[in-house]
Ligand binder design. Sequence first.
Ligand SMILES: Cc1cc2nc3c(=O)[nH]c(=O)nc-3n(C[C@H](O)[C@H](O)[C@H](O)COP(=O)(O)O)c2cc1C
Length: 173
Amino acid sequence: MTSATIDPETFKAIMANAPGPATVVTAFDAAGEPHGLTVSAVCSVSLDPPLALACLDLGSNTLAALRESGGFTINYLADGRHQVALGFATKSGAKFEGHSWVAPEGKVGGPILIEHVAAHAACETERLIDAGDHVIAVGRVVEGGAHEVLHAMAYARRQFFTGRDVVIERSEG
Ligand SMILES: Cc1cc2nc3c(=O)[nH]c(=O)nc-3n(C[C@H](O)[C@H](O)[C@H](O)COP(=O)(O)O)c2cc1C
């Protein structure tokens, strides 16, 4: 067993290569106020039951809201919404100003940024797992939807890009 760890800069350089979805993870706090932050550490976990996860920094204000309400929504930002991603990657208390949003129909999960999403998944928090300086929020997806036309943005190496840049298409099956 070794306790050696890689240096942070090399770690970041490696991880920056892995494209992740450009999402805004949102949650309501106990008072019903909306919170949200830009998150690329998001992925699907399980189909049965339908689970997804998001990794949130321990210092995130949105994580504090998520702990209070027991739910969150993953907003997969659509093509061209990089300014929205940058806006939600701040500590501003006015991140939702100028953005339309609705609550999920079943009231479980956070605000849906209706004008900016290619898809969204509203989740009931299933588990919060401590992992270093982050928390892995595992959510059961209770409702959501995907736009037929809009493509979601991805993020890697400090660049936003979309699934429109097809190199080769995988065949069915
Ligand atoms: C492209 C991009 C991806 C990010 N991914 C994450 C992430 O996966 N997890 C995280 O906690 N913060 C991530 N951040 C940083 C947060 O968005 C940022 O710390 C934010 O200010 C936190 O806001 P809050 O404290 O209001 O929740 C990312 C930022 C950018 C620009």
